[in-house]
Design a protein around this ligand. Structure first.
Ligand code: BG6
Length: 474
């Protein structure tokens, strides 16, 4: 706070150490889906997105993800563009199948390890700090077929071996890690989240989630042992559900809906299953196998909390109304006070401030926004330029609220927009839905030169980073 001409001026710049950047996931950008001995992943089996059924891959099916934006071969050009925007961090994920193609090998695949070495070295050239997700919406398909995915306790050891391999190999290059991307999404997309196929019961899903939570904790422990100066966080889909009305029953319904996903954060940050979840399991007849070793493992809690934020929604205690109003992909009901994106995701910048404060109040651990952005149709003008003012406006309004949350006292490590370069979307595996500051010439049928070009938002984000947020419009 500084004073100027007797009037109080609040200094609302982002802190100097704040990390700025963007976030990517291996299966949405890399392509090269069989290169250098990579194995097939769950994502490779879902060419139509995370909510559609898997297809058999016999070699001639088309998936946009097979080549994606060819980051595997073009990472140098892309990193140079990120550096030009002023990124100080880049969130990437490692494809488990590049390191252990089938998931259960005793030795890792050197070719896969070597590629990520090159990627981290390139980032280091520009002083861009990698933030690495161990598993972003993919796992070896062989673990699904041969072991039944995370329903099988053996997956805990396979994942720990994978993570320890990475910590040993990259410990001097990577100091920020995340365990499972949007771990709470397993409730909506069990195959992507925990490798469970159609027909699984809710008990199967929670048992698989339990194994994943134990694995996440053991990996936190391993990270602390192997890279003492690193920090490791969890990654939650940060939804926020409002009551549809102020009737107490609706308020309580919304409260319970929020707990459905907060449960994951509660276990990962507090180290034990919360009472409300135990009650839920009892009442639903969900009996989980939880050993004494599991309970001990869960005590290894994360250093920070990362989350994605795209939209909010509502809940009501009225079952008829719930049926009548169409929910979004997260089954939340539409909010009559909010506008939506072209994909029906309701835009709510103030909700981000509420969520940041909620998480900070609940856990008192540093937070990191690792995904936020607007998926939209970008149309190049006659000169081939993209004037994506809608994206600028979306990001501007969210960042203004982020800055307010920092003023509220929330400890925030950084902000990475989702998809700083156009990529393949997760829900429907399409390229029409673009998030980037950088346009990629890739069309829905796979045609296109893959040439990169800067959108208007590229220059806007560069300015935001350079000015520590002073260029944001209130
Ligand atoms: C998050 C995922 O849920 O949302 C990303 O972590 C995903 O992988 C992003 O891409 C946006 O979703 P979509 O379906 O628009 O790609």
């Amino acid at each position: 706070m500084s004073t100027n001409n007797n009037s109080t001026v609040v200094n609302k710049l982002f802190p100097k150490h704040f990390l700025w950047g963007g976030a990517l996931a291996a299966n949405q950008v890399e392509g090269a889906y069989l290169t250098d001995n990579k194995g097939l992943s769950t994502s490779d089996m879902l060419p139509n997105g995370i909510f559609s059924p898997p297809v058999a891959r016999q070699g001639n099916e088309f998936s946009l993800k097979d080549v994606a934006i060819d980051f595997y071969h073009r990472y140098q050009e892309d990193i140079a563009l990120f550096a030009e925007m002023g990124f100080t961090t880049l969130r990437i994920s490692i494809a488990w199948t590049r390191i252990f193609p089938h998931g259960d090998e005793s030795e890792p695949n050197e070719a896969g390890l070597a590629w990520y070495d090159k990627l981290f070295d390139e980032l280091a050239r520009y002083n861009i700090q990698p933030l690495v997700t161990l598993s972003h919406y993919e796992m070896p398909w062989a673990l699904v077929e041969n072991y039944g995915g995370w329903g099988n306790r053996k997956l805990i050891a396979f994942f720990e071996r994978y993570a320890r391999t990475l910590f040993k190999r990259y410990g001097d290059k990577v100091k920020l890690w995340l365990t499972f991307n949007e771990i709470n999404m397993s409730l909506e997309a069990p195959l992507t989240g925990v490798g469970l196929q159609e027909g699984c019961s809710i008990t199967d899903i929670y048992q698989a989630i339990h194994h994943q939570l134990v694995a996440s904790s053991l990996v936190v422990k391993a990270c602390h042992e192997l890279i003492p100066d690193a920090k490791i966080g969890n990654m939650l889909l940060g939804g926020l559900t409002y009551p549809l009305s102020c009737q107490p029953a609706d308020v309580f319904q919304a409260f319970q809906e929020n707990r459905r996903w907060q449960f994951f954060g509660d276990v990962q940050c507090r180290g034990a299953y919360p009472g409300y979840m135990q009650r839920y399991f009892r009442e639903q007849g969900i009996e989980l196998t939880i050993t004494a070793d599991d309970i001990a493992a869960l005590r290894h809690t994360v250093d920070f909390i990362s989350f994605s934020y795209y939209m909010t929604g509502c809940a009501t205690a009225d079952p008829e109304l719930t049926k009548k109003l169409r929910g979004n992909i997260l089954s939340m009901l539409p909010n009559p006070h909010l506008a939506s994106s072209e994909w029906g995701w309701q835009i709510d910048p103030l909700g981000l401030r509420t969520l940041l404060n909620t998480l900070w109040d609940r856990y008192q651990k540093p937070l990191f926004i690792v995904e936020n952005g607007l998926g939209a149709i970008d149309k190049p003008d006659e000169n081939g330029e993209i004037h994506d003012d809608y994206r600028i406006s979306y990001l501007n309004d969210h960042l203004v609220q982020v800055r307010e949350a920092i003023e509220d006292g929330v400890e925030l490590m950084g902000y990475t927009t989702w998809g700083p370069i156009d990529l393949i979307s997760a829900s429907k595996a399409e390229v029409t839905k673009r998030y980037g500051f950088i346009y990629v010439d890739l069309q829905p049928d796979g045609s296109g030169s893959l040439k990169r070009s800067r959108k208007k938002s590229f220059w806007w984000y560069q300015q935001v980073i350079k000015t520590h947020g002073a260029s944001l419009q209130q």
